[in-house]
Design a protein around this ligand. Structure first.
Ligand code: F6P
Length: 324
């Protein structure tokens, strides 16, 4: 089929760099003489027909902005065949031949179903702070999020050292520990707790107590929100019970999702947005555009949403070694 008009949407949790990706999609499409429709509020907006024609200036002055100008949502309706039938009907009504879906793994499951059930050509671009998507070394938004979280950890270190305190800092990541592991290593954390590895409470208490005994003035434990031992407050209480050490807790929360994207996120978003459009134009579909070892690579949607990205075990080992 000759591609004449494409749609673009953002879905799931917003991530810094989504706007840069939307910009790349719109401008690449126009460069190749394609028309573009923006779909607001992800799959929810697609079901409701909340769509708007976009031109070159629709994406002016957005590359530096966090969030997503198209808005985003997590749609329960789109998980149903009826919801997807409505979405496909709206795409047909707007003469949209192909769709670029920017988002996390839930986005790809939906996109995969849309292709299988309704033959809609879809190419994804990975947008999530969690960096938990196979088929790409990094997701759009992750670099900004880890830098925001690291800045917070550095600030917490100042006050922790002044008061000679232990801090438990909880970071996002849903059920993945990539943010926690990297921010922990970069922030010199005394312990890092992630869902992918078992939590050794006794080992961690030993590290914290020994640190105190040899005169450490501060300790930081970075906790991934999905860790099996519970949230940062629960873990901190357990440590206090075992060691008697007083603590403070900081939950970084949604500040990790906001702010102006870093250079890396803007460049990655621009590359993958453009690659997604060019793939559609070349008749490639039902894949996600990712970046692996610096090269754009396309991976089937099914293996993305059914796969699991592995945590870097060498980095886990390094974190332990350096935290003695
Ligand atoms: O997937 C991105 C993410 O920020 C996760 O890290 C987090 O668990 C989740 O979204 C929070 O979602 P919401 O903003 O819907 O509470």
């Amino acid at each position: 089929m000759i591609m004449k008009k494409i749609g673009v949407l953002t879905s799931g949790g917003d991530a810094p760099g989504m706007n840069a990706c939307i910009r790349a999609v719109v401008r690449t499409a126009i460069y190749h003489d394609l028309e573009v429709v923006g779909i607001r509020r992800g799959y929810a907006g697609l079901i409701e027909g909340d769509m708007v024609e976009m031109d070159v200036s629709s994406v002016s002055n957005i590359i530096q902005r966090g969030g997503t100008i198209l808005k985003t949502a997590r749609s329960e309706k789109f998980k149903t065949p009826e919801g997807r039938a409505r979405a496909a009907a709206n795409l047909r009504e707007w003469d949209v031949d192909g769709l670029v879906a920017i988002g996390g793994d839930g986005t790809y499951r939906g996109a995969d179903y849309l292709t299988r059930e309704w033959g809609i050509a879809v190419v994804g671009a990975p947008g999530t702070i969690d960096n938990d998507i196979c088929g790409t070394d990094f997701t759009i938004g992750y670099d900004t999020a880890i830098n925001v979280a690291l800045d917070a950890v550095d600030r917490i270190r100042d006050t922790a050292a002044s008061h000679e305190r232990i801090f438990f800092v909880e970071v996002m990541g849903r059920d993945a520990g990539c943010i926690a592991l990297n921010v922990g290593v970069a922030g010199g954390a005394e312990a890092i707790l992630i869902p992918e590895t078992p939590t050794d409470m006794d080992g961690m208490c030993g590290v914290l107590t020994r640190g105190r005994e040899r005169g450490k003035t501060s300790s930081i434990v970075v906790v991934a929100e999905g860790d099996e031992a519970g949230g940062a407050y629960t873990i901190a209480e357990k440590v206090k019970e075992k060691t008697g050490l007083d603590y403070r807790v900081t939950i970084l929360g949604h500040i990790q999702r906001g702010g102006s994207p870093t250079v890396r996120d803007r460049v990655l978003a621009s590359k993958l947005g453009a690659a997604a459009v060019e793939a559609l134009k070349d008749g490639i579909s039902n894949v996600m555009a990712g970046e692996v070892n610096g090269e754009v690579k396309f991976t089937q949607l099914e293996s993305i949403w059914t796969g699991k990205k592995h945590v870097d075990m060498n980095l886990c080992r390094l974190a332990e070694m350096l935290a003695i």
